[in-house]
Design a protein around this ligand. Sequence first.
Ligand code: ADP
Length: 500
Amino acid sequence: MATAVAPRVFKNFINGEWVESRSGKAYENRNPANTDELVGMFVSSAEEDVDAAVDAAKEAYKKWRLVPAPKRAEILFRTAELLVQRKEQFAKDMTREMGKVLAEARGDVQEAIDMTYYMAGEGRRLFGQTTPSELPNKFAMSVRQSIGVCGMITPWNFPMAIPSWKMMPALISGNTIVLKPAEDTPLSAYHLVQVLTEAGIPRGVVNLLSGDGPGAGAPVSKHKDVPVISFTGSTAVGRIIAMACAPDFKHCSLEMGGKNIIIVMEDANLDLAIDGAIWGGFGTTGQRCTAASRVAVHKSVYKEFVSRFVDRAKSLKVGDGLDPSTEMGPCINEQQLNTVMSYVEIGKNEGAKLLTGGNRLESGPYAKGWFYAPTVFGDCTPNMRIAQEEIFGPVVTVIPIDSLEQGLDVANGVPYGLSASIYTRNVNRAFQATRDLYTGIVYVNAPTIGAETHLPFGGTKQTGNGHREAAIAAIDFFTEWKTIYIDYSDKLQRAQIDNA
Ligand code: ADP
């Protein structure tokens, strides 16, 4: 549908300027809660735009890597201040382009603020080690060195937080950036880059390209002058990116899918567990990589848990995230909605018991959006596809279990390993679970979501490829160690030989 006023066209940011794509093409960004609303037009980038952005980042790197890290930090600090000032506006725009409820969009911007302050603080640390040499009159230390142009390819579910997780550690470490955000949420990335420019980021240090994955993302991942790629998204695309990086041995960090679980033991505080399962399962419409898409419940409390959980799921208010009474927004787009619908059919055919939901919401206030009812499947077995595969929507599978051991087996019996949680008041069980859950993140008496920026974030198995985001782990990825030996003995000293 056309809008009355001409839509604003948002451009790429290359070498310190807002520019059209070379092809002149643009695409629409629409509100998933009301597709009549055009959020804006964004340029469609292709290989030649990527080349221009990488050239700018490569040139800017020559100077940026030599700027003292505490000076780089001042720009980050100002960026964080500006984000604080504009938090409300950016949160509203995020809800319009992505659909998550306003409180969660504020949380997304807050995560970017937290990460930016945190990494600004790193400007006066970036610690290495000094350590004694095994030889006399010899000094040994390790320092972190920057790497160069970092390509970043990000998803739509945390439109400002995830770009900030990648950009801030890369910048404080002295790297330059080419960012390709998800095609569904370019506006939040645009805002983040805009505040970086206002905070004084030098020309070419940060470059932004909008566009789709194959057209704009793939050329970034393959570019010979981009030695580092940081990706968050689906496992299928992560595999393509890993292969694109392999020939040149690019550093490549992949954050991908999850099939996270909440284990509810018979001694759990059930009120708390139900609150956690609702928030973990339906927060962000289940579209978080850490979403609690499985709940394994001990048989002795299964009936009570399920009936109360289903009642709560039924009563969730679905709608436009800008309405303060809304508890769950729409799916991001039609394709995601179709994926959810097809998994619900798969679940029914597998014999899972549909306890609530299972339908698209299409009438009245839902007519113009991609809404789906909060859906719960009960009596699921661990090997059903709906209990194994990432759905990325408001669908929770509930699995009965007999014991903690069985719960741990179910938890670990999926191809992913991002986040897991246990509700119990037994400290022995809690500690056993934190030890034996093979995931990157474990919660006790809290849902699977709620990462904090100063702790490592990431997962095992097909969730990732061994790297972690956030915290110091992010600095580890965006720097390389350089070990420096200084021999002041004035003679040849042979390690492992002269001192043996
Ligand atoms: P999601 O399911 O969260 O949208 P995707 O993996 O499809 O996850 O997308 C995550 C990011 O990867 C997006 O920015 C998307 O444009 C990008 N992308 C998709 N396909 C490719 C590709 N072949 N090469 C590089 N980037 C891609």
